[in-house]
Design a protein around this ligand. Sequence first.
Ligand SMILES: NC(=O)c1ccc[n+]([C@@H]2O[C@H](COP(=O)([O-])OP(=O)(O)OC[C@H]3O[C@@H](n4cnc5c(N)ncnc54)[C@H](OP(=O)(O)O)[C@@H]3O)[C@@H](O)[C@H]2O)c1
Length: 316
Amino acid sequence: MNPDDQNPASTSAAPASPDPAGPETTLPVPASSPMFEQARGAGQLSGVPREAEQPLALRSTGKRAESAGRTPRKILVLGATSGIAEACIRLWAARGDALYLVARNPDRLAAVAADARTRGASSVGSAVANLDDTAGHPELLAHAINGMGGLDVAFLAMGVLGEQGQAERSFEATHAILHTNFTAPVSLLTWLANYAAQRHAGTLAVLSSVAGERGRRSNYVYGSSKAGLTAFVDGLRNRIDREGVRVMTIKPGPVKTAMTEAMKGREKFADVDAVAATLVKAIDKGKDVVYVPGIWRIIMAVIRAIPERVFKKLNL
Ligand SMILES: NC(=O)c1ccc[n+]([C@@H]2O[C@H](COP(=O)([O-])OP(=O)(O)OC[C@H]3O[C@@H](n4cnc5c(N)ncnc54)[C@H](OP(=O)(O)O)[C@@H]3O)[C@@H](O)[C@H]2O)c1
C-alpha cells in the first residue's frame, strides 16, 4: 500500500514568489529530497526510480479493472477537489484505476480520496500542496509518480476564476490569476512533458476554457490566462505528439461547479457528471482538442467571427 494512502503528505503550502525572475523559474529541488535530483537545465524528472521509468507497465492490483479485462490506469489529478476533477475521479475510481490526488485543502482532499477508495480505485495516494508553489513541483511530481510506480495520465484541473473588477484595479490580483491559471500549469507541464517524452508514453490532459478564445470585457483577465494556457498546451502537443505523448487541450463551456456558483443563468450550465463522462472517454482516446459540451465548438466559432468593431460594443 502506498504510504500516502491514509495520510496525505503535506508537500508545500508556501505561496509562490511574485518576482518573475524569482526562484520558481529555475525549478530548484529541495536538497533533502531523496526522490528527485534536478537535472539542471534539462527539466527532467531524473529522480524517478528505474522501475517507474518503464513505459506504463502496470503492476497494480486493481481488481475491478483487471476482472473487466483492462489494465488499470495510473492517473495523477492536480487540483483534485475541483468539481470537474471530483466527477472524473468518481468514474476512474469506479472502474478500478490507480489514483494520485493533489489538492491544497487537506480535509476536502481526504474526503475525495476516501470516496475514491470506497468506489473501487485500485490504489489512492494523495498529497496536500498549494500548486502555486512552482518550486515544489519537481519533488511533488516525483513523489506522485514514485507512489503510483509510473504515470499514464496527468489531469490538470486547478484554476481560479478570480474577480475581474478587482483585477482591473490591481495588478497583484491580476498576477495571482495569471500565476495559478497559466504559470503554475506551465511549470507542471514542463516537468511532466519531459518525463513522458523520455518514456514515449502518457497523456497530459489540461483544463483550459472557451473563455480563452476571445477577450471579453467581463472576464478578460481569466480569459487571457486560459488563452495563454491553450497556446502553451497546443504548442506542447505539436512538440511531443511525435514522441508518443498525447497532450489534450480541454475547453469546457460553463459548468455547474463551485467556480460558477455565483453566476447568473447557472441553471443552464452543463451538468458536471455529464462533462466528466465526456472527458473520461476523451482522455481514454487521447483526443487533441475537446470542447465540452460539444456545442461550444460551434458557439465559439460564431463568437470568434464577430468583427471587433461590433464585439467591443457588446456587453459580453
Ligand atoms: N466550471 C466552469 O464553468 C469551467 C469552465 C471552463 C473551464 N473551467 C476550468 O476547469 C478547471 C476546474 O474548474 P471547476 O469548475 O472544477 O472549479 P472548482 O470546483 O472551483 O475547482 C477549482 C480547483 O482548483 C483548485 N485550486 C485553485 N488554486 C489552487 C492552488 N494554488 N493549488 C491547488 N489547487 C488550487 C481549487 O482548490 P480550492 O477549492 O482549495 O480553492 C479547486 O479545487 C479550472 O481550471 C477552470 O478554470 C471551468
